[in-house]
Unconditional design. Structure first.
Length: 606
């Protein structure tokens, strides 16, 4: 009988599940192969950071219709299991008027933002379903523990994984899907970092007698921290005459929110039926355009400012004017799309400016703080949020602004083609990750509308104050104005650093990644903050000798820098990159292992 190949998946969140599903499907098609697959995770299998015991006020920032642990298989003409939306319907999940789970109410729609715990339950169920689908040649072993170190055995042909539980497992190949590993703290010890500390936002200050808490950040993690300090302490929201009102519990601290730029994130557009159906193809930011640029540039790395940013701006303008036209009719929008796609597209763009008015993308690609007086900053902030909510409610098809900003989301796969595997020159790569990736996140990675309604209610109730651009000093006890530090300062009892830190190698807290790097088995793709594990196009890691490590593959946030945008749950889309990457890696792994077995001569076989 054939000796089984021993393979490990280290980390069993959504990316680990994608690898598990890909392995199951691959071995169903190759019944002659025998594999022992060892799965390692010290949390609930499948869930990752989506703990099913989280409170309902910690919400997803991806709509229900865009999540799936099961991918599409053409040969089976379907999926091996349900999408998240299908699962919600099967579980008869109902939502109240604010979109929270309730005993009675409406059914979940594709555009609903749901509590993370529901996704955790779904992912757990998907794991359990996958475990029942293993073909005869696949033996599954789940280890509820954390892999702490890896040593190479037998002249580097196998790996010995040493676990926190004390057990050791020898494997021939492994997939690293560790999720967010965080980094060593670069902030004062007196700060509170909900992500770095490995806890849920705000829990550090739960038992401390603090009266004033500052939240450093204005993005999703900041709003999670805010929810923990308000709803998490017994406060309640109530709709009154169409306005959301916050009723304090009296246990909330005074909360200050700020960032060094002071710029808020744009809210997600309201989902409308037909959004996907009516989306017209991109015109300028396309794979074909990038291929032509590379050919023209003699296949050398591209320059982001010279080659790519002008294309993105053109696509933003096109989206803006097509949405303007869509407010008249879809037929007019399609006509504009066709004309912009023609040889005289840029000339026609000038005509659109005359008809619909100017639109300047640079206004939204800036990192410069607003020129607003300090005493007027909070009101300006609230006015901006209200305006942005109004645009979001129009939806991506009818709000020209949201249509333009969403190009940074719709064109993400093309941006991957641009950035992945050193597709930009070194200076452009640094600029992209330090400036434009954060800008893109601010444009399309903001909260859903309900979160901003909650923030406005908290400000009106006096629980939250919005500060102008500030920085922290005096061991985290005092905030100073960026523009006027001599005159403007705020004393606080605690600061929450509300940021998801990169998971690269230079500052990693992961014992396993430290172990792998010490043995020269992995290599950073670049400098901080894009110093994730270097990989090839199949996800195979590049070792310290700048050569392919034949039997290690890596995915997720730990490879940010080798590839772009890796922190997401797979989608139902047939072209979902996470799924395609998993399938390619599993195929590569099985081919590599089987080829090695075939090369073993009869005289060496026992």
């Amino acid at each position: 009988m054939q000796k089984p190949s021993r393979i490990a998946i280290v980390g069993l969140g959504p990316r680990g599940l994608a690898l598990l599903e890909s392995m199951i499907f691959a071995l169903r098609e190759s019944p002659d192969k025998v594999v022992e697959l060892h799965l390692f995770d010290d949390g609930a299998p499948g869930c990752g950071i989506h703990d099913e015991w989280q409170p309902d006020y910690l919400m997803l920032n991806t709509v229900a219709g865009q999540l799936s642990a099961f991918s599409w298989h053409e040969d089976d003409n379907g999926r091996l299991g349900p999408t998240f939306l299908e699962w919600c319907h099967a579980q008869t999940v109902r939502l109240d008027e604010r979109g929270y789970p309730a005993r009675s109410g409406r059914v979940v729609s594709p555009g609903d933002f749901l509590p993370r715990r529901l996704l955790g339950r779904y992912l757990r169920d998907c794991y359990q379903q996958l475990m029942t689908m293993a073909p005869v040649g696949l033996r599954l072993y789940y280890h509820k523990t954390r892999v702490m170190a890896c040593t190479t055995e037998r002249t580097r042909e196998t790996y010995l994984l040493r676990c926190q539980s004390g057990e050791s497992v020898e494997v021939e190949a492994m997939f690293l899907a560790l999720g967010h590993t965080g980094q060593e703290s670069v902030i004062p010890a007196s700060f509170i970092s909900p992500v770095h500390a490995g806890i849920w936002p705000g829990t550090v200050v739960e038992d401390k007698p603090v009266q004033k808490v500052a939240i450093s950040g204005l993005g999703l993690t900041a709003l999670d921290s805010l929810s923990r300090l308000t709803e998490g302490r017994g406060g309640e929201y109530q709709l009154q005459d169409g306005e959301l009102i916050y009723h304090p519990s009296g246990k909330e601290p005074q909360i200050f929110m700020f960032s060094t730029s002071g710029l808020p994130f744009h809210a997600r557009p309201h989902w409308q039926s037909g959004d996907e159906r009516e989306a017209l193809p991109l015109i300028f930011l396309t794979s074909a355009t990038i291929r032509k640029l590379r050919e023209k540039n003699a296949l050398l790395p591209l320059d982001f400012i010279e080659h790519i940013l002008p294309i993105i701006k053109m696509e933003m303008k096109a989206a803006y004017y097509m949405a303007c036209a869509h407010n008249r009719s879809m037929a007019i929008a399609k006509d504009i799309h066709d004309k912009l796609s023609g040889h005289n597209g840029e000339y026609f763009m000038a005509a659109l400016v005359k008809e619909y008015g100017p639109f300047d993308p640079d206004r939204y690609l800036s990192w410069v703080p607003w020129p607003v007086a300090i005493q007027e900053y909070e009101e300006a902030f609230c006015c901006w949020i209200r305006d942005d909510i109004r645009e979001s409610l129009r939806g991506v098809n009818y709000s020209p602004l949201k249509a333009a900003l969403e190009i940074w989301r719709r064109g993400r796969n093309v941006l991957r083609e641009v950035v992945n595997h050193h597709g930009l020159n070194a200076a452009s790569t640094q600029l992209f990750y330090q400036r434009y990736a954060p800008i893109a996140n601010r444009l399309v990675g903001g909260p859903h509308i309900e979160r901003y309604n909650e923030l406005l209610a908290l400000i009106k109730a006096g629980v939250v104050r919005i500060l102008p651009p500030m920085f922290v000093a005096d061991e985290g006890k005092r905030l100073y104005s960026v523009n006027n530090p001599q005159e403007i300062c705020v004393d606080v009892d605690a600061v929450i650093s509300a940021r998801v830190w990169p998971s690269g190698l230079s500052r990693t807290r992961s014992p396993l990644l430290i172990s792998l790097r010490e043995q020269n088995l992995i290599l950073p793709a670049g400098q901080y903050p894009y110093d994730g594990i270097e990989t090839d196009k199949s996800g195979r890691v590049i070792n310290g000798d700048n050569a392919k490590q034949p039997t290690i593959w890596a995915f997720g946030p730990i490879v940010e820098g080798a590839t772009f945008y890796n922190h997401y749950v797979p989608t139902p889309d047939k072209a979902c990159q996470a799924i395609l990457e998993s399938r390619l890696a599993v195929k590569s792994c099985l081919e590599t292992i089987m080829k090695a077995k075939e090369e073993v001569t009869p005289s060496t076989m026992k």
